[in-house]
Design a protein around this ligand. Structure first.
Ligand SMILES: [Fe+2]
Length: 458
C-alpha cells in the first residue's frame, strides 16, 4: 500500500528525473531508512537436513575464459565425500571432480570442511546439473555456463555490494533473485560482515553462506574483497588478514597471472572484468601495481569490448561517509584507466547509491593547481553500490553542493543490473528496495568507450 507521502515523493523524484539530471546531477531526497539495520538470527537459514549435508554452496568462474566453474561447499562433520558429480542437462553421462579441502581456526571458532572443486572443460552456454553429498544428505543444483567470449555477446550482470545479513540484506537479495534476467553477480565486497560481531563471530560467515546459497549455488558470483573481509584482529591473536575470506571463497587468480587471490581478472561474454583490492598494497613496485600495469594493455577490445573494474572503496563519491578513503588508489591508477578507456568502475563500501558522469582528475601535477575533476570522454562512469543493507545502516550525509561529477545519488538500499546488449550499448539500472523489483529508480544507457565513445544523454 503506497501512502500519500510516498506518492508525493515519487512524483517529486519523477520531476527531478525529468528536469534535473542533465543539469549537474540529482540528489534524491528519497531516504527510506537511516537507522542501523538489524541482523537476522543466526538460525534464520538453518543447515540442510541429513548427516554432514553439504551447505553454503557457491560457484564462481574457474578460469579466464568461462569454461571452468569452481564449486565450493562446506561439510560440517566429516571430510568426505569430497566430490562433485556433474552432467549436461540433456545427457546422462556423469563426471566426478574431487575437491581440495580447507579448514581454519579463528579465535575460538573452528570451521567445517571447506571444499573447492574446479570443474574444467565445460561447454559454453550450456546447462549443467551438479550433485553434492551422499545418502539422504544428497543435494542437487544447476548452473549455465556463459556464452563463448565475443564482442557482441549480450550478457546481464547483477551488481550487489555490502550485503551483510540483516532484514534489509534479505530484501535486497530477494529483489535480485526475483529478477530472471541476472546471469551472474558482480559482488563488490563486504560479504558476511561477521566482524561486526564480538570476536568476529565466524558463525556469521556460515550463516551468510546459507543465506545467499539460493543464488550463489546456481549462478557465478564474482568476488571482490572489502574491508569486512580483512578480519585482522591482533587483539584476539588474529594477525593474518583475509583468513576466513580466502579459505571460503576461491577465485581463478592464477589464470590471469595474478600472484594473489585478492586481485585478478576474467573474461565473461563480452566483458573483461578486473578485480582490485583496496586493502592490499598498490603503490609502485608492489605486486598489485605490477600486475595491473601489465594487465591493462592485454585487454583486447575487439574480443571483449566492455572493460569493467571492480573494487571496494570508491574513487568518486560525494558522501561524507568514508570520504576520500579511495583517494590514494585513484591517484595511483586513474591515469591508466583514462588511457585504456575503462568503461565502468563499480565500487561499494559507502552505504548508498551514486552514479557519476564521465569525469577525470588526472591533470594535477602538484604545482599546476589543476586539481578539479573535469569532463573527460575517455573516463569511466563510476558507480557506488554499497547499498546492500548491512548492519551499519545507510550513509545518508551527502556533501553539499553536489559536485559536477555526480549524476545521481540517493541514500536507499538496493541493487543494480548491467545489461550488455552488444559492443556499443549497455543499459544500467538501479533498483531501490522500497519499490518492486521492476521499478527502475535510476538508469543510464552506457556507450562503449572503445567502439562508440559518444557522450551519453539522459
Ligand atoms: Fe566496506
Amino acid at each position: 500500500m503506497v501512502g500519500t507521502m510516498d506518492l508525493l515523493t515519487l512524483l517529486f523524484l519523477l520531476l527531478l528525473n525529468i528536469v534535473g539530471i542533465c543539469n549537474g546531477g540529482v540528489t534524491s531526497r528519497y531516504v527510506r531508512k537511516a537507522e542501523p539495520s538489524v541482523d537476522m538470527p543466526l538460525d534464520a537459514f538453518p543447515p540442510p537436513p541429513g548427516f554432514n549435508a553439504p551447505e553454503q554452496v557457491h560457484i564462481t568462474q574457474g578460469d579466464h575464459d568461462g569454461r571452468s566453474v569452481i564449486v565450493s561447499w562446506v561439510t560440517p562433520d566429516e571430510k568426505y565425500p569430497n566430490v562433485v558429480t556433474h552432467w549436461e542437462a540433456n545427457s546422462k553421462r556423469k563426471h566426478k571432480t574431487h575437491s581440495i579441502i580447507k579448514t581454519y581456526r579463528y579465535f575460538n571458532y573452528s570451521s567445517g570442511y571447506i571444499h573447492h572443486a574446479t570443474i574444467k572443460r565445460l561447454k559454453y552456454d550450456t546447462k549443467y546439473f551438479y550433485q553434492l553429498g551422499s545418502g539422504n544428505a544428497t543435494r542437487r543444483f544447476h548452473f549455465t555456463t556463459p556464452p563463448k567470449v565475443g564482442p557482441d555477446v549480450p550478457y546481464t550482470f547483477g551488481i550487489i555490494g555490502d550485503l551483510g545479513q540483516t532484514y534489509d540484506s534479505n530484501q535486497t537479495f530477494e529483489h535480485y533473485v526475483s529478477n530472471p534476467e541476472g546471469q551472474a553477480v558482480l559482488f563488490v565486497g563486504d560479504l558476511s560482515c561477521a566482524d561486526d560481531h564480538p570476536q568476529h563471530d565466524n558463525r556469521r560467515w556460515d550463516s551468510w553462506g546459507r543465506f545467499v546459497e539460493k543464488s550463489t549455488a546456481y549462478q557465478a558470483w564474482i568476488w571482490v574483497p572489502g574491508n569486512h573481509e580483512l578480519d585482522y584482529a591482533p587483539e584476539i591473536g588474529e594477525n593474518v588478514p583475509f583468513k576466513p575470506y580466502t579459505h571460503r571463497y576461491h577465485v581463478p587468480y592464477r589464470a590471469s597471472q595474478s600472484t594473489c587471490p585478492l586481485w585478478y581478472s576474467i573474461k565473461r561474454a563480452s566483458a573483461y572484468i578486473i578485480v582490485l583490492s583496496s586493502y592490499s598494497a598498490y603503490g609502485k613496485y608492489t605486486p598489485q601495481y605490477a600486475w595491473l600495469e601489465k594487465e591493462l594493455p592485454k585487454v583486447n577490445r575487439a574480443e571483449t569490448p566492455w572493460l569493467i573494474v571492480l573494487l571496494h572503496s570508491p574513487w568518486y563519491n560525494s558522501n561524507s561517509y568514508h570520504y576520500m578513503e579511495g583517494e590514494s588508489m585513484r591517484v595511483a591508477f586513474e591515469s591508466w584507466f583514462v588511457q585504456h578507456k575503462v568503461d565502468l568502475v563499480v565500487a561499494g563500501h559507502v552505504h548508498s547509491y551514486e552514479r557519476t558522469n564521465r569525469f577525470s582528475d588526472v591533470q594535477y601535477n602538484i604545482t599546476n593547481r589543476l586539481s578539479t575533476p573535469v569532463k573527460d570522454p575517455s573516463a569511466p562512469v563510476y558507480l557506488t553500490i554499497g547499498d546492500g543493507g548491512n548492519i551499519e545502516g545507510l550513509a545518508d550525509r551527502f556533501t553539499e553542493p553536489q559536485p559536477s561529477y555526480s549524476a545521481y545519488r540517493e541514500a536507499s538500499f538496493g541493487h543494480a543490473m548491467l545489461d550488455i546488449k552488444n559492443r556499443t550499448h549497455a543499459h544500467f539500472t538501479w533498483h531501490r528496495n522500497h519499490d518492486n523489483e521492476a521499478v527502475v529508480a535510476d538508469s543510464q544507457w552506457l556507450f562503449n568507450r572503445y567502439w562508440y565513445p559518444e557522450e551519453e544523454h539522459c
